[in-house]
Write a protein that binds this ligand. Structure first.
Ligand SMILES: C[S@@+](CC[C@H](N)C(=O)[O-])C[C@H]1O[C@@H](n2cnc3c(N)ncnc32)[C@H](O)[C@@H]1O
Length: 351
């Protein structure tokens, strides 16, 4: 969707992007310092908290690490506030267009005013974004367009939108050709839903998400393209949708936002939703067991500092085994295109 920020808001968002990019070379410096200290991945303690202590002791005098951490903290704290302020400056001009896009169809949105959001999600500032997923009445636009498209995507090493489409290459070609009904869990503002619809043009997509502001943005995205998505406000672990009714149940970067108990419930719900012979495909963060100890320390350090309260719990569980426990068969898992991230778990419901 075309829109223009005011100069102040644009400059503030650009500054955060520039800052993140300018700080990036510092990583090579502090990694070299770790090497100089003789710390190798294999020598690090197995226990994650002990590992944090060892690595941080080695980096205690590192200007490069301290500066990178400071920049990261600053961007984490500021990005949500800056994006909301940038939106508020243009809100009056944008609102009629947003309302029009919501109303025009063909996508539908089923809000649930009775919803009691789970405590692990409600009011949590994921990614340290001001207010969390419901932190602003227009969080869907603010997150989907300003934070994700204009900040995250520009500081992410690679094409984060292309990656969503690549995830679907894990689905066997013959299966892709047959998929007509898709249930996406954790739809947010609809970025993965777009990749799903483009990859599976004949599929009808149902999207489930807790946050109404995020779903309203997904609805605008669908309407702008003429896609008849069914968007449902609710928990992924108990969607209320009919069982045995989807050829594919899928999510992109949902599971790490859930404690293990909820993630297991999502796997069970995915199994219930899948039709016999249907597929499940979940793309998420790399399990720590697939990383060396230094890489797992880094992922855990970023998660702790980056407002990811459940990342460690999720990355420490075995999602492939959770899929099997839920009933899926032929379960495979692995990183995409030879890289450890994102980690894709794929399985099938027996016929
Ligand atoms: C990282 S975002 C997902 C990104 C999205 N799939 C995309 O491609 O941009 C995680 C989303 O999952 C939603 N979410 C978290 N826990 C949920 C749950 N239990 N049920 C449904 N949605 C959930 C959050 O509100 C958030 O919008």
């Amino acid at each position: 969707m075309e829109f223009r920020l005011r100069q102040r808001g644009r400059a503030e968002m650009e500054f955060l992007v520039d800052l993140a990019l300018a700080a990036r070379p510092l990583e090579a410096r502090w990694r070299a310092e770790i090497e100089d200290a003789g710390l190798t991945a294999d020598a690090l303690p197995e226990d994650l908290d002990a590992r944090h202590a060892v690595v941080e002791r080695a980096l205690a005098r590192s200007d490069a690490f301290a500066t990178a951490a400071l920049v990261g903290d600053f961007a984490s704290v500021e990005h949500g506030r800056a994006a909301q302020a940038a939106f508020d400056e243009v809100a009056d001009a944008l609102r009629p267009r947003l309302a029009e896009l919501e109303a025009q169809g063909p996508a539908t949105l089923e809000a649930n005013p009775q919803l009691v959001p789970p405590a692990y999600w409600d009011g949590v500032w994921f990614h340290r974004t001001t207010g969390g997923w419901n932190g602003h009445p227009e969080m869907g636009f603010i997150h989907g367009e300003l934070i994700h498209r204009h900040y995250v995507a520009r500081t992410f090493p690679g094409d984060i939108f292309a990656q969503r489409a690549r995830v679907l290459s894990r689905l066997p070609q013959a299966a892709r050709a047959k998929v007509r009904t898709v249930c996406e869990l954790g739809t947010s503002s609809g970025h993965y839903t777009v990749a799903l619809q483009r990859t599976l043009p004949d599929a009808h997509i149902t999207g489930v998400e807790l946050s109404l502001p995020m779903l309203r943005q997904a609805q605008r995205v669908a309407n702008a393209h003429g896609w008849p998505w069914r968007l449902v406000q609710g928990p992924a672990e108990a969607t209320g949708l009919p069982g045995n009714s989807f050829d594919l149940v899928t999510s992109y970067i949902l599971l790490h936002e859930l404690p293990a108990e909820a993630a297991n419930a999502v796997w069970r719900e995915a199994y219930r939703l899948c039709r016999p012979g249907g597929w499940v495909l979940m793309a998420d963060v790399t399990p720590y067991r697939a990383l060396d100890r230094l890489a797992a320390w880094r992922a855990d350090w970023l998660a702790r500092r980056g407002g990811e309260p459940w990342w460690r719990e999720s990355a420490s569980m075995d999602h492939a085994e959770a899929a099997r426990q839920a009933g899926f068969v032929d379960v495979t898992e692995g990183g995409l295109d030879g890289a450890p991230y994102p980690w894709v778990t794929l399985g099938r419901k027996p016929r």
